[in-house]
Design a protein around this ligand. Structure first.
Ligand SMILES: O=C(O)c1ccc(O)c(O)c1
Ligand SMILES: [Mg+2]
Length: 610
């Protein structure tokens, strides 16, 4: 279907918004009046600019507080409307959105509202303009879509129809099924916005927290499907009022916006995007640093071995069980690091995954490949992390590991090919099994975008967003995971718009012997991060442990959580650059991340930094 977006959804001056909207690939725009009023471009210039960019002006909005008023007010409102019709003619726009009145002088009289809207439509028609009447969720007398439709029906004018807005409909808990009762040709416009589920005043909710479809808690697909089933043939148009998007870079917000519409169309059964299986695991995590020595030390202490190196890139492969970590010293123009710059996801169909990613506007990472390298498709996540689609060690597809040559432990100068020497008291058997999850701190303005990206590109499901207390602010956190937990990514947004290079990232490693692994770290002088004794007093108050257990946890800085499904033990290495490691042990069916302990961990990390 045709795809449009209201200019209010993006930051910047109108001309920049229009460029971003066209570049992302939209077909049309709703011109939000304030964007015109404050700008230097005349309506004719806006019209030309849109034409040059290949954008249609699908709607001009909003026209407020028109209907159900005393006669003298009506006369003034009609005069006001005539002026707007003139602007619209100069713009070349032929659809005006009229929102239900919030004015104190509006009366609760549907027949009067219908009669006055009919008069408005009659005058609009003289200019070749149509009117789309929309119920604001906080309208004074008209606040539901079915009520707005009844008035439109009563007015019975060909130039008057209704505008449906998913936010107003779903925020009030209205059932979109009733849309089926509206003749499709009387639905003049469809505006789409999602929002996180919140208990707050609906006007504030709408004006500050709307987000793109798929980023909030509303179920938009049935609403869109019902509207299309009713016979609606106009555009799917995003109208998002959001405090963060108002400040973010318009170009990336516009791409995020279009991606949300593509995914919504897919979930409403209106289009078929290339499908791909959900990834089954994390193939590798790649850390980039000018100096990888401190990371090697920690990896050794964690029980990893340097097993192979890339045939021609400055990249080392470190392995333990199914956990694979790449150390890349080819920092190029990038930060000195260390930083987590890439991750590989394990998929049965890497090419399908790449095709889907591209179809949902994931930027494809240009490949630098030597002729014999395995084909490796990668896309960039919103935070710049490269996501590679991998099929590791299977006969039916070239494995990325084929680009690495084994490093015999003895051949590595300084013995770096082996795990660091371990005192005899510590069992040398590897206890890390695989990468449990990866935590990526997102740029502050791309948190919602990141969750939708991982859902739409990788097929991961998003948990609810959580607020975690850091001594210097709140960290918002949202996990995205595959249904079986094979791939888990935790997206965090830092408390303050920190400089990029202070954004922390971490790799969590699954072990089935957290105490052994933590003790080994301790004996190697690589952690674990000390945790306040007060935490263990509280743990003691909340849970009963077998004798000696709590003391062991406290000694090794191991945090603990429990839910109805199982238990969770976790501890941390110190932070190196932007990166730290976590060891986790899950028992039973525990699926969380120890969010309960996040504040204590964040406080301990802050203490370590100072
Ligand atoms: O918040 C508002 O006033 C407003 C204006 C126009 C709309 O289409 C809308 O949904 C809300
Ligand atoms: Mg609206």
């Amino acid at each position: 279907m045709r795809k449009s977006i209201a200019t209010v959804s993006l930051s910047g001056p109108l001309s920049e918004k229009l460029t971003a909207i066209a570049t992302a690939g939209f077909d049309g725009v709703e011109i939000f009046e304030n964007d015109l009023l404050g700008g230097p471009l005349s309506p004719e210039e806006v019209r030309l600019r849109c034409a040059d960019l290949g954008l249609g002006i699908d709607l001009y909005q909003p026209f407020r507080d028109f209907e159900a008023v005393p006669a003298d007010v009506l006369a003034r409102n009609l005069r006001r409307a005539e002026r707007k019709f003139a602007v619209m003619e100069r713009l070349g726009a032929d659809l005006l959105l009229v929102c239900s009145s919030v004015a104190a002088d509006a009366v609760d009289d549907d027949a009067l509202a219908a009669e006055q809207l009919r008069q408005l439509a009659d005058r609009a028609a003289d200019h070749g303009i149509r009117i789309a009447y929309e119920a604001l969720a906080w309208g004074r007398h008209v606040s539901t879509y079915d009520h707005a439709w009844r008035i439109v029906e009563q007015a019975d004018h060909p130039a008057l129809g209704t505008c449906l807005d998913s936010f107003h409909i779903l925020s009030r808990g209205s059932d979109p099924k009733g849309i089926a009762d509206i003749p499709g040709e009387k639905i003049f416009f469809l505006q789409l916005a999602d929002a996180p589920l919140m208990a707050m005043d609906v006007l504030q909710w709408s004006r500050h927290y709307r987000c793109f479809p798929g980023q909030g808690g509303f179920d938009l697909a049935p609403l869109v499907a019902a509207t299309v089933r009713a016979g609606y043939q106009g555009p799917l148009s995003l109208e998002v009022f959001n405090d963060v998007f108002r400040q973010a870079a318009a170009a990336s917000t516009a791409v995020d916006a279009l991606r949300s519409l593509l995914l919504l169309e897919e979930s409403a059964g209106l289009s078929a995007l290339p499908a791909a299986p959900v990834p089954s695991g994390i193939a590798f995590a790649e850390l980039t640093a000018a100096d990888t020595e401190p990371l090697r030390g920690v990896l050794g202490a964690l029980g990893f071995a340097h097993t192979a190196r890339h045939t021609w890139k400055p990249v080392e492969l470190w392995e333990q069980g199914e956990a694979r970590i790449l150390l890349n010293t080819g920092v190029g123009g990038r930060r000195q690091g260390p930083a987590l710059t890439a991750l590989g996801v394990e998929t049965s169909a890497p090419q399908l995954a790449a095709r889907r990613a591209e179809a949902v506007l994931a930027p494809v990472v240009p490949r630098r490949r030597a002729p014999l390298d395995a084909p490796l498709d990668a896309v960039a996540a919103p935070d710049g992390t490269e996501v590679f689609f991998c099929r590791t060690g299977q006969p039916d597809y070239p494995s990325w590991t084929g680009d690495f040559t084994d490093v015999p432990p003895s051949a590595v100068p300084g013995g770096q090919g082996e795990p660091a020497p371990v005192p005899a008291s510590v069992p040398v058997s590897a206890t890390v099994r695989h990468i449990d999850h990866i935590a990526l701190t997102q740029p502050w303005h791309q948190f919602d975008e990141a969750a939708l990206f991982h859902r739409g590109v990788l097929g991961l499901a998003a948990d609810d967003s959580l607020d975690l207390a850091d001594p210097y602010g709140l960290v918002r956190s949202r996990a995205v995971a595959s249904p079986d937990g094979g791939v888990r990514i935790v997206l965090n947004v830092a408390p303050a718009p920190d400089a990029d290079d202070t954004r922390l990232q971490h790799i969590a490693l699954a072990t089935d012997d957290i105490v052994g692994a933590a003790r080994r770290l301790k004996e190697q002088g690589a952690g674990p991060l000390p945790i306040s004794a007060n935490y263990y007093d509280d743990l003691d108050a909340r849970h009963e442990f077998e004798p000696g257990r709590l003391a062991t946890l406290a000694e090794l800085g191991i945090l603990y959580d429990r839910d109805a499904d199982g238990e969770f033990y976790h501890c941390y290495t110190p932070t190196i650059g932007r990166v730290f490691f976590e060891l986790v042990q899950r028992t039973g069916g525990y699926r969380g991340y120890g969010a309960q302990n996040a504040a204590v961990r964040l406080a301990a990390q802050r203490l370590q930094q100072h």
